[in-house]
Design a binder for this molecule. Structure first.
Ligand SMILES: [Zn+2]
Length: 83
């Protein structure tokens, strides 16, 4: 069986879920990092390794993933947790 793969929202490469961080948008609209991988919500993924984290803010990848205008505060919050 194939491992479940997801696409990084920054580099668009498909990777096993174990190599990606999961970000979710909850039904409340809140966007946050999901370290359990099991939280309810719409997931977007980003590489744990490499420079995708640095590119996240510049690429505005969350805006594209969720098709909404994601605030600087949300990017800061997520990037802070990704450190
Ligand atoms: Zn990536």
């Amino acid at each position: 069986m194939n491992k479940p793969c997801r696409m990084c929202m920054v580099c668009r490469e498909r990777k096993p879920k174990s190599e990606l961080f999961r970000v979710i948008k909850k039904s409340s609209g809140e966007i946050d990092l999901d370290l359990t991988g099991k939280a309810d919500g719409r997931g977007a993924y980003i590489c744990k390794e490499g420079n995708c984290k640095e590119k996240l803010l510049k690429s505005k990848a969350l805006n594209k993933s969720y098709k909404i205008n994601v605030s600087q505060e949300v990017y800061d919050k997520i990037l802070d947790k990704l450190k």
